[in-house]
Design a protein around this ligand. Structure first.
Ligand code: ZN
Length: 308
């Protein structure tokens, strides 16, 4: 059976090679930057290296056949993601990252330059590098506006790149991250205007509100109003997943783990693969609904040929 993990951040840093002392639970990841600022900063500034071997071991342990990989935040490049995909074309599909350095190390007051850079980089990712879409956008690197219509204006050139490349998918993160700033954009209500203007571009609201009730509710209403909006299951609850399947349909939902250089150290109550798969098991879904979430929706949205 195919099993597609649509949410993985590859690339690691030497200082993050063993975080078993610092990270045990999901809450430790959330607090890592504040509790270990020197280690956090050192890690994010170091040149990244390809840690996909660790990912492949973990995928094999849980029967994950394919992973949609994107760069982790920090001193990483999309060229490294493209190289990892070229090395494992039967296991990986790649997404480009934009604004990743600012996300890890701090946002510029004026996002104009990083917005323009993001547009050029997205073009390079989908063209020259052959990546399949754009991964979790660091929204604050694109805009500092809070009016959803003006945010959508600021996204216009980036969305035009996606449309030009066959309506390539884009991920927008919901709820919190381990990075400083930009929390406001984790409430996905603003995405309604963006999704409405670009109805052919698949927009994945990653984490579907991350189990926080009002963020889930807003994610759901945005998805109900826009057929091009999808969810991934990272950090959600069985209850929210059940509600999303009932209201939206399992053909709009995809499995994800959020495995990364920091999340890979979580082991309580389980590692990220155990935790995310357990949520799907606990949701009490039909076989057809599970198949949609575990591979069928992702196969369609990210264009991954699978044998079922
Ligand atoms: Zn992520």
């Amino acid at each position: 059976m195919p099993l597609i993990d649509t949410h993985v951040h590859i690339l690691g840093f030497p200082s993050f090679d063993d975080l078993s002392e610092q990270i045990r639970t999901p809450r430790d990841v959330l607090q890592f930057r504040k509790r270990f600022p020197d280690l956090y900063n050192a890690g994010r500034r170091e040149p990244a290296y390809d840690n996909s071997q660790h990912l492949l071991e973990q995928m094999d342990r849980y029967g994950v056949t394919h992973a949609v990989v994107q760069p982790t935040s920090g001193n990483t490049t999309n060229d490294m993601v493209a190289a990892a995909v070229r090395a494992h074309p039967d296991r990986f599909v790649g997404l480009g990252g934009v604004g990743k350095q600012q996300r890890a190390l701090g946002y510029a007051a004026d996002p104009t330059a990083s917005r323009e850079q993001a547009v050029r980089e997205a073009e390079r990712c989908l063209g020259e590098l052959g990546l399949r879409g754009i991964g979790e956008v660091s929204v604050r690197a694109i805009t500092r506006e809070i009016n959803p219509e003006v945010i959508a204006d600021d996204f216009e050139p980036l969305m035009a790149v996606l449309e030009r490349h066959g309506n390539a998918p884009i991920q927008l993160p919901t709820a919190w991250t381990q990075y400083a700033g930009g929390l406001r954009y984790g409430d996905p209500a603003w995405v309604d205007d963006l999704a409405n203007r670009h109805p052919a571009v698949p927009i994945v609201l990653t984490k579907m509100g991350r189990s926080i009730q009002h963020l889930f509710d807003n994610a759901l209403v945005v998805a109900l109003r826009n057929d091009n909006v999808y969810f991934d299951t990272v950090g959600t609850t069985a209850e929210h997943l059940r509600t999303a399947v009932r209201e939206l349909g399992s053909d709009r939902i995809m499995f994800g783990t959020d495995w990364s250089a920091t999340w890979r150290w979580v082991r309580d109550p389980g590692d990220v693969h155990q935790m995310r798969l357990a949520t799907i098991d606990e949701a009490g879904l039909t076989t057809a609904e599970r198949d949609d979430i575990l591979w069928r929706t992702a196969s369609r949205v990210f264009g991954i040929p699978v044998e079922s």
